[in-house]
Ligand binder design. Structure first.
Ligand code: DP6
Length: 333
């Protein structure tokens, strides 16, 4: 017997911060805190939990990489959910018998935002873990006290809108729980902008992908990352005030040419990249050089600015096929 459940949980951002613990193990804070839970259209964790009689042990994957399930905070959450499930069964809910409380779980969790970028990934992560486990084991009721034992701020992501985490007084932490102060509908005009920096959010992932592409000699992956990164660099330049324009109208036409050339072949054979200036640098594999150079010479004849692009290249002459010429040149570049 097996069961699979997928849930999402949003990030919350504190406006009265939680900082400092009076009990490290139970994660009990030295002050109450209050946060706004964001919408789930961005900045969320998605967690899938599967349980099966055939699983030998509990396992967890975070963003595709297997992590150590014996981490004490994970163990706290698993233990507490199983404790509630057992209690419910012992209280006489026979329906739970079939669920197999002794079954092991496999957990997969992914964030749609950078982990460890100060964007409360542990909050969304543990809230999502606890909620998804609760669906798997049919546990209901107050779960913020369990999410809290994964990561303090996670208890606030169990509710939407404006949420307080009441610090509580008890040593066992039973009164250290989250509570909704107002639903999100209470103040719909309020907006949160999260400014994510390219250097933190985009580049680390692209570095990994690029190194893999180079190692595999995967030109399409290499080329697409190259173009995307060039475009984002120039978008960032436009997004400063006053804007910085490095690309000229000729640069833009080269970009169009490359995309139309690739589209013609239905695969990425050519990539452009531009540094702090308008001159295109083109990457491609050797066998595509002659034809692409012909295309450049055709669409940027030597009397135009484009002629300089291919100056000095020892290129064997090939004729540009009529089919390719028409395919690229249907509309002006
Ligand atoms: C600065 O919840 O990440 O974001 O309980 O040790 O997991 P642990 O800490 P964590 O702390 C976040 C604190 C904060 C402020 C806040 O969210 O209230």
């Amino acid at each position: 017997k097996s069961k699979i459940v997928t849930c999402t949980a949003p990030v919350n951002i504190a406006v009265i911060k939680y900082w400092g613990k009076r009990n490290e193990e139970l994660i009990l804070p030295i002050n109450s805190s209050l946060s706004v839970t964001l919408h789930q259209d961005q900045l969320k964790t998605t967690t899938t939990v599967a349980t099966s009689s055939s699983f030998q042990e509990d396992r967890i994957w975070l963003n595709g990489k297997e992590e150590d399930i014996t981490h004490p905070r994970l163990q706290s959450c698993l233990r507490e959910i199983r404790r509630l499930a057992r209690k419910r069964r012992n209280d006489g809910d026979a329906a739970l018998d079939s669920m197999g409380l002794s079954h092991k779980v496999h957990i997969c969790s992914v964030n749609d935002f950078p982990t460890a970028a100060g964007l409360a990934s542990s909050a969304a992560g543990f809230a999502c873990l606890v909620y998804t486990l609760s669906r798997v084991f049919d546990v209901e009721g107050e779960l913020s006290g369990i999410a809290r034992q994964g990561s303090g701020s996670a208890c606030r992501s169990m509710y939407g809108g404006f949420v307080q985490w009441i610090m509580g007084q008890r040593d066992d932490g039973k009164d250290s729980l989250a509570q909704q102060v107002a639903p999100e509908t209470h103040w719909p005009e309020l907006r949160v902008l999260v400014l994510v920096h390219r250097a933190q959010s985009v580049v680390p992932g692209r570095m990994v992908e690029m190194i893999e592409a180079v190692q595999r000699k995967d030109f399409a992956a290499f080329a697409e990352l190259t173009m995307k990164d060039s475009n984002q660099f120039h978008a960032t330049c436009l997004d400063t005030y006053p804007p910085i324009f490095y690309l000229s109208s000729v640069s833009q036409r080269v970009i169009s040419l490359v995309h139309r050339y690739n589209r013609h072949y239905g695969e990425t054979r050519v990539a452009y990249t531009f540094d702090a200036g308008p001159n295109a640098v083109i990457y491609m594999l050797q066998q595509h050089v002659p034809e692409f150079v012909q295309a450049v010479q055709h669409f940027f004849p030597p009397e135009s600015n484009g002629g300089q692009f291919v100056k000095g290249l020892p290129v064997k002459h090939v004729a540009l096929s009529e089919e390719l010429r028409q395919s690229i040149g249907q509309e002006p570049l």
